[in-house]
Write a protein that binds this ligand. Structure first.
Ligand SMILES: [Zn+2]
Length: 148
């Protein structure tokens, strides 16, 4: 529970969040001291927030737990489908013909640096693609893992 809370939406609290997080980490591994953090916690269901940031300005934009699929393709290669993102501006809607058919999408931009990071699926015309409505694509090339 408390781990969710550490992932705030307020941009100004970034530094503070990181401190809180590393405090908890060192508590957890009090006895080992020098364990490698990301390797040992990867995929083990720990709830520490694994954050994706804008690769341009490092503003937090999403968390790993919200990934629905990693097998999407963006403009510049691999892209991830997210349930939820933060700190983005959703642009005007437009119809776009994608590999999987016609969709209404809106570009999403980092609020901090205005970099276009991906897009939001507003509407899918094909029944089989409906699950993407309201979800977000972040291009892998535009985001980075924050400290994990
Ligand atoms: Zn940015």
């Amino acid at each position: 529970m408390h781990c969710r809370a550490a992932y705030g939406k307020q941009r100004g609290r970034r530094m503070e969040q990181q401190e809180e997080r590393s405090d908890r980490t060192s508590e957890r591994r009090g006895q080992t001291g020098r364990a490698s953090e990301s390797e040992s916690s990867w995929g083990m269901g720990e709830c520490g927030p694994r954050i994706y940031s804008c690769s341009n300005c490092r503003c937090h934009v999403a968390q790993h737990d919200d990934i629905i699929s990693k097998s999407f393709t963006g403009r510049n290669g691999r892209a991830y489908l997210f349930q939820n993102v933060v700190n983005v501006l959703v642009g005007p809607k437009e119809d776009r013909q994608l590999i999987t058919g016609l969709h209404t999408v809106a570009d999403i931009q980092c609020t901090e640096c205005q970099e276009v990071l991906g897009w939001k699926y507003e509407r899918a015309y094909d029944e089989a693609q409906k699950y993407k409505e309201g979800k977000y694509i972040l291009e892998k090339a535009k985001v980075m893992k924050e400290d994990w």
